[in-house]
Design a protein around this ligand. Structure first.
Ligand code: F6P
Length: 342
């Protein structure tokens, strides 16, 4: 068999570990031929022969701990638009021709929600595809965890730890905004691990007066500084992209406590994957190749508890995994006096 691998959407730590997992298993265990496709889905349609590169065992060595993606990536929306006609019907001919010209028996697509949706679209066009979930947001439906998330939680937690000491010295409120797109997973996990006092998630909303009260109550009992973690997807009356701007401004206005804002941004996505993410990526990659060898296409590999499994892409496409109010970290946090904004 000849298989193609691509990475699409925002990068995250662990993609190279996955490429290695898929590729080495394919080459060494199943004797398959492997090609890497550059720059996401657009690499398939590209006329540039350098966008498709045969991958050898040698090229897959030494990349386990490397951040980013050796194949490059791009947002897949343009590709989706391209293969749809004006009537919004997918035009299968171009992509099918290209897939056949490359002589592929299957395409393994590493990506987040958008990528899984596009991968599903390709499966409806009759192409053999497998989805592999990745994102620091952990919001892909059907899998307990995505690789990239654990690394991002570690980075954000370390940042929150560091903010504690400077907040304490100055008796300030530190508002720290973390990524996560529309989901609050990163804010919840890093906020709890970093000992935040207030954690604001898009899924739960917030009451700014209650947040101010919580911070003043802390001051009154001799805790003159506080850490407020805000998920970037939180909606505020100010609209726009930076909810921490609004939250920090209102906190200072309502409490009169000096307040500072930190936006962690892309450092949460960069650098080497954590050991947990390396192992998760390796397992998902290997399992993806196992599915390909068995001819089980149109599925996304996933992790459920301790097990690696797979589910149909049709169940994943277009769905988002969000934090639920009953999540154990929220329940335990509330019991310990941590505020979730209400
Ligand atoms: O999906 C990963 C992510 O980093 C989100 O947390 C963030 O909202 C988004 O990507 C940023 O996208 P871009 O890389 O296009 O700026």
């Amino acid at each position: 068999m000849k298989i193609g691998i691509l990475s699409s959407g925002g990068d995250c730590p662990g993609i190279n570990a996955t490429i290695r997992g898929v590729g080495k298993t394919a080459l060494m265990h199943y004797g398959m031929e492997v090609v890497g496709i550059h720059n996401g889905f657009s690499g398939i349609l590209s006329d540039n022969p350098e966008d498709v590169e045969p991958l050898t065992e040698r090229q897959l060595s030494g990349i386990l701990n490397l951040g980013g993606t050796i194949l490059g990536t791009s947002r897949e929306k343009n590709f989706r638009d391209l293969i749809k006609s004006e009537r919004e019907e997918p035009d299968s001919s171009v992509i099918r021709e290209r897939y056949q010209a490359l002589g592929l028996d299957c395409l393994a697509c590493i990506g987040g929600n958008g990528t899984q949706k596009t991968t599903y679209l390709l499966s409806t066009l009759g192409l053999n595809v497998i989805g592999i979930p990745k994102t620091i947001d952990n919001d892909v439906w059907g899998t307990d965890f995505t690789f990239g998330f654990d690394t991002a939680v570690n980075i954000a937690t370390e940042a929150i730890d560091r903010l504690h000491t400077t907040a304490g010295s100055h008796r300030r409120v530190m508002v720290v905004e973390v990524m996560g797109h529309r989901a609050g997973w990163l804010a919840l996990y890093a906020g709890m691990a970093g000992g935040a006092d207030v954690i604001l998630l898009p899924e739960l909303g917030f009451d700014i007066n209650r947040v101010a009260e919580v911070l003043l109550e802390r001051e009154q009992v001799g805790k003159p500084y506080s850490i407020v973690v805000v998920a970037e997807g939180l909606k505020t009356p100010a609209g726009g992209k930076r909810p921490s701007d609004y939250i920090a401004r209102k906190i200072q206005e309502l409490t009169r406590i000096e307040t500072r804002e930190t936006v962690l941004g892309y450092i949460q996505r960069g650098g080497s994957p954590s050991p947990f993410d390396r192992n998760l990526a390796t397992r998902l990659g290997g399992h993806a190749t196992e599915l390909i060898a068995a001819g089980k296409f149109g599925r996304m590999v996933c992790v459920k508890g301790e097990e690696v499994d797979s589910i149909p892409l049709s169940e994943v496409a277009g769905r988002l995994k969000l934090v639920t109010p009953g999540h154990d970290l929220i329940v335990q946090g509330l019991r310990m006096g941590i505020s979730f904004g209400h």
